[in-house]
Design a protein around this ligand. Structure first.
Ligand SMILES: [Zn+2]
Length: 331
């Protein structure tokens, strides 16, 4: 009897912002801030879009294999140029640089298109990263806010189990908080709110599970559960807004009147996001099943994710933004 292979595997990752994270929406806004970040249209939360995560992961997996990142190729007239499996660019800058080899950890993992018609779909699908635990200043020092919807999403994704959550906050509580921190009232930034339930939003089992996944104890012991719609507001009210000066690239001097502001998700925000890994054995290339398994795909992607801690994700990297540490690689 033929062995039935698993068609896919899902993994929830937890990621800690080591710097402020700025993924620009590409829109300039007149008023509060010039360079705004991407927000989810459904829940209004700022996010790191899946495309940014997948793009950075592909580039960094390729950088891990220098011969795939910058591959010398010779054109028909004997000139040597470079091609890259990272962005599929060839020596002339056209998108014909994917090697498309059966063994390529970049092309096979992330998919490729070659002008000749050889194509292979991506073996990984990433989803948007949302703040799960978001830092806010309070009278007790920094606390990390979260919301019922965000925690329940982890349950649906299978990252948490029944019995991990202790969500006692109900709609009839209105704008009140649930936290084990010893206060009757707590301020979240400028907002002072009563504590309705003096219990942690995670059970000891849920706390232990996230601790095992690498979430720092400092965060887990300082959680504050707020209602879903208030969470969106608290997050948006506590983003970093920085002012910078545009520099004249020729003279290196600051341009007169070129002050601009940009917003970013603050350092020490803890994100969660999901990845789905497909089984290459279920896909054909040139009529042959791909000779790899899910674990191989996952290993290649995690090699790329690891570099986000050093090379970052999103924009404004030259201004000290973007480094993101994925906490539960290899688990
Ligand atoms: Zn390749």
């Amino acid at each position: 009897m033929a062995e039935v292979s698993t068609p896919y595997q899902t993994q929830t990752y937890y990621a800690l912002a080591l710097d402020p994270i700025h993924v620009g929406s590409g829109e300039m806004q007149i008023g509060r801030v010039d360079n705004v970040i991407v927000r989810d249209t459904a829940n209004g939360l700022p996010k790191i879009p899946a495309t940014s995560l997948a793009g950075a992961a592909r580039t960094y997996t390729a950088m891990h294999y220098p011969d795939k990142y910058r591959r010398p190729v010779e054109d028909s007239e004997g000139r040597v140029g470079y091609a890259s499996c990272a962005d599929q660019t060839g020596p002339t800058g056209d998108r014909d640089g994917a090697c498309g080899h059966f063994d390529c950890p970049v092309c096979i993992t992330y998919g490729f298109i070659q002008p000749g018609g050889r194509t292979s779909p991506s073996m990984v699908q990433m989803f948007d990263a949302f703040p799960l635990f978001f830092p806010v200043p309070s009278m007790l020092g920094p606390v990390w806010t979260t919301a019922p919807e965000r925690l329940q999403a982890l349950l649906q994704d299978g990252a948490l189990k029944e019995g991990d959550l202790n969500i006692r906050l109900r709609p009839e509580h209105g704008y009140r908080l649930q936290t084990a921190l010893p206060r009757k009232r707590l301020n979240l930034g400028w907002l002072l709110l009563p504590v309705a339930i003096s219990e942690a939003p995670l059970t000891s089992q849920g706390h232990a599970r996230l601790r095992e996944a690498g979430v720092p104890e400092d965060i887990l012991s300082r959680l504050v559960l707020v209602p879903d719609d208030l969470f969106t507001q608290v997050v948006n009210d506590n983003l970093e807004v920085r002012t910078s000066t545009a520099i004249n690239r020729t003279t290196g001097a600051s341009l007169h009147g070129a002050l601009f502001t940009y917003e970013a998700i603050p350092r020490s925000t803890l994100f969660s996001f999901q990845a789905v890994y497909k089984n290459p054995g279920d896909f054909l290339l040139d009529g042959q099943p791909l000779p790899h398994d899910i674990e191989w795909v996952r290993t290649q992607v995690e090699k790329g994710l690891h570099y986000m801690e050093y090379l970052g994700v999103g924009g404004m990297n030259s201004r000290g933004m973007g480094r993101l540490r994925i906490l539960n690689l290899g688990q």
